[in-house]
Design a protein around this ligand. Sequence first.
Ligand code: DGP
Ligand code: NA
Ligand code: NA
Length: 242
Amino acid sequence: MASSKKRGAFIVLEGIDRSGKSTQSKKLHEHLTAQKIANQLIRYPDRTTITDCKQNKKLGKLLNEYLQCKQEVDDRAIHLIFSANRHEAKQQLLSWLEEGYTVICDRYSYSGTVYTYSKNVIKRDKMEKEGDKSIKSQKALDWEWCKHVDQGLIQPDVVIYLNVKDLATVKNRGEFGNERYENEAMLKQVLKSYQTFLAEDADKKIWSIVDANQAVEDVHKQIVSITLATIESVASKPVQYL
Ligand code: DGP
Ligand code: NA
Ligand code: NA
């Protein structure tokens, strides 16, 4: 007889820096835990395993140093490493879902494509203005290439997009930090690129847009309701892949 065990849902939160993903992921985790709904909270890049080489998760340290501008890495190489950081944890993620844990994930492959691609758009614009001939070397970092390397990863059951309408909102949440991508030009391009993803994925119906300008508690309530509906609807459906 087939197992009647219900699988967990894979819930991804996406959005630009300061859209509230980390706060909301944590609140959702606390809420589900209080409701005795088995769940795990994870994030990408996974920087928490930076000293843990035993579990074959050595990549977080490099990603962390790259984001903090302590290391320079070739654009293609770092994109592949961000992606590898997700692939290396795939088996663990699958086991959790099959064991019935709902997994809340702060950023996923969408950040991968959107951030690398945006960085490249800005770089190419600059090269073009300066008449830099090596611009051809940037060409292969196009949208499809960026997306392609994440194929085979587990597909989220829902991607909750914390929609920031304009950068003024997030700027009011304090000064930008010192990390690599925390500047206005980049985040503007990132916002645009998320819109591209939303449009491309329209037929998959996995994106759920939440207005990130609302009060924290209102955003939270909406996320809880999306999550509970998703848990209910995927319980007896198989896991899907990107
Ligand atoms: P935080 O979510 O605050 O830990 O910041 C992570 C930063 O890294 C943020 O600026 C987005 C960026 N990022 C996340 N995943 C990827 C990825 O796969 N590729 C690239 N290029 N950047 C990523
Ligand atoms: Na950040
Ligand atoms: Na965050």
